[in-house]
Design a protein around this ligand. Structure first.
Ligand code: DQA
Length: 144
C-alpha cells in the first residue's frame, strides 16, 4: 500500500475562522476528513501533520526516506521564505506536490515567489479544498 505524508504549514490550524474571505469557512478537520475518504477510496495510506514550526517540518521531511512514497504539502507562509524546507524536500528525493488554497499570484506581491515550486513535481492552487484533493490525485498518478 502506498504511503503519503501530508503536511499543513503554519496557521492552517486556524482555517474556518482565519481570513474567511481568502480561505473560505472550511476547517482543517473538514479538509482532513475529505483527504482521508479520498485515500480510502484509492486504497492508500496517509499520515497528516500540521505544524507551525519550520524546524519541525524540516525534521518530519528528513525522516520520510524509506517510509513514504510521496509528500503533499501546503507550506503556507513558509512557501515564500523557507530554504530549509525546500532543501529538505530536495534531500528526500520523494515526489512532492505543493498545494495552496488560494491563488498566490492574485495576492500580495510577496506571495508571488514560491521557494518550494522548483523542487515540487507540480503545484495546484486557487481551488480551496479541491487543491488538496487534486494534488493528492496527481501525486498518486506519479507514484503508481
Ligand atoms: C497559503 C498561501 C500562503 O501565501 C499563506 O501564507 C498561507 C496559505 C494557501 O493555502 O493559500 O498561509 O499557502
Amino acid at each position: 500500500m502506498k504511503k503519503i505524508l501530508i503536511i499543513h504549514g503554519p496557521n492552517l490550524n486556524l482555517l474556518g475562522t482565519r481570513e474567511p474571505a481568502v480561505y473560505g469557512k472550511i476547517t482543517l478537520a473538514q479538509i482532513n476528513r475529505k483527504l482521508q475518504s479520498l485515500a480510502k477510496s484509492k486504497k492508500i495510506s496517509i499520515k497528516i501533520v500540521q505544524s507551525n514550526l519550520e524546524g519541525e517540518i524540516v525534521e518530519l521531511i528528513g525522516k520520510t526516506r524509506g517510509k513514504f512514497d510521496g509528500i503533499l504539502i501546503n507550506p503556507a507562509a513558509y512557501t515564500h521564505t523557507s530554504v530549509a524546507i525546500r532543501d529538505a524536500i530536495a534531500a528526500s528525493e520523494l515526489p512532492t506536490v505543493e498545494v495552496h488554497l488560494s491563488n498566490i499570484y492574485t495576492r500580495e506581491e510577496f506571495r508571488h515567489k514560491s521557494l518550494i515550486s522548483p523542487v515540487a513535481k507540480g503545484t495546484i492552487m486557487g481551488f480551496g479544498l479541491d487543491s488538496y484533493l487534486l494534488g493528492l490525485l496527481a501525486l498518486l498518478d506519479i507514484i503508481e
